[in-house]
Design a protein around this ligand. Sequence first.
Ligand code: C2O
Ligand code: CU
Ligand code: CU
Length: 461
Amino acid sequence: MSVTRRQILTGVAGLAVVGVTAGGLGRYWLGRSDPEVGHDYQLIAAPLDVELVPGHTTQAWAFGPSAPGTELRARQGDWLRVRFINRLPVETTIHWHGIRLPLEMDGVPYVSQLPVKPGEFFDYRFRVPDAGSYWYHPHVASSEELGRGLVGPLIIEEREPTGFAHERTVSLKNWHVDEQGAFLPFSIAREAARNGTLGRLSSVNGVHLGVVDLPAGEVVRVRLLNLDNTATYRINLRGQFEARIYALDGNPIEPRDLDKEYWLGPGMRIDLAIRAPAAGEVIALRDGPVRLGTFRVVAPVEHSATTRDWPPALPANPVSEPDLSNAEKLNFNFEWVGSVSVDTDNGRPPSLWQINGQAWDITDKTCADRPIARLVKGNSYILELKNMTQYQHPIHLHGMSFKVIASNRHEVIPYFTDTYLLGRNERAQVALVADNPGTWMFHCHVIDHMETGLMAAIEVA
Ligand code: C2O
Ligand code: CU
Ligand code: CU
């Protein structure tokens, strides 16, 4: 059992532990059982100086005392109650990526709520129906706010023990900084019109070439989270180990080997089980040929004989199964319109991308009044996603999970997710039951694609 989990249990027992630091991640735990408190976490967003480049200070923005921010945890089926306090110089919100929740808690400005102004707070309260690896981030001025570090892991624990005695959270993010740690532009029109504006410095849990310890000989659940604005990490491991995939974007799959590479697009997560080799060995965590960080194998503190076997598959989340024989088909074409003769001096981002001929304008608060599709609550739909561009797009939907059922590019073993990495010129089909009423954002998670048109609203009523 990890230190983190033990602290959670301490909290459940009613002891208030505030601001304890565990494994480098600060925590703001307030006793969960005290009804007077009214929240489980008090989460503060504020400027934070971090040292990404040795000897240099970067003026980040963070949720709590680290960037990526405080790891929030709740148990599947329970309420998560977060008092969010904005001590940033800018307005913001929190969106809970991948969590199926009521619209009022979804964190989209002018759709779910008004932005939280500097000095204000907002109480987020919702039940978490699905276990798995999720994350949270603002939905306001996203290139800059996420770029400066406002991202954090959100772990929803299964209700019953899973057979994993050890786990690690590995948050991946690139930073738009120069050699002195000073921020570079988060979005450049020329780049936004292509793959998106890439940060130059990679990090693992906020540290360039970060190191994560694994207990020798044990099977460890490793939650890899891509919290980056732009980068698709081509995840592969090098060293003596065995690794299997247990979940994609929070949702369990039938465990299978991690072969060659897994393409983890922005916003996506993968839960691996890694059987660590002997103490002293290392496993390189890589993006294609590039090292992102290192798993260092250490002698286990408490050795348990039972943790060397592969745990069984994780229990499925209670996501409604779409009725494919009665599903209505809807087409979504993702298009590039980027002639970069754009006038960027008018304070608006350029319009470079469209969905079905419509570009989202993040400066227009009324876009969500014109949903791109209206779904009838309770009905099943097949969304045909057609990428008509030369760039890949991690397509994400708020409020509901969808099932990936087909692709013209590769064989699909159907699975539930909230984000699908749509390859260049790929055509894929995903299906869902429109079971959550609201106006839900449907967008590319390359943040500067989203901010230059690749977003739409889907209404369920
Ligand atoms: Cu991570 Cu609109 O989402
Ligand atoms: Cu989301
Ligand atoms: Cu995109």
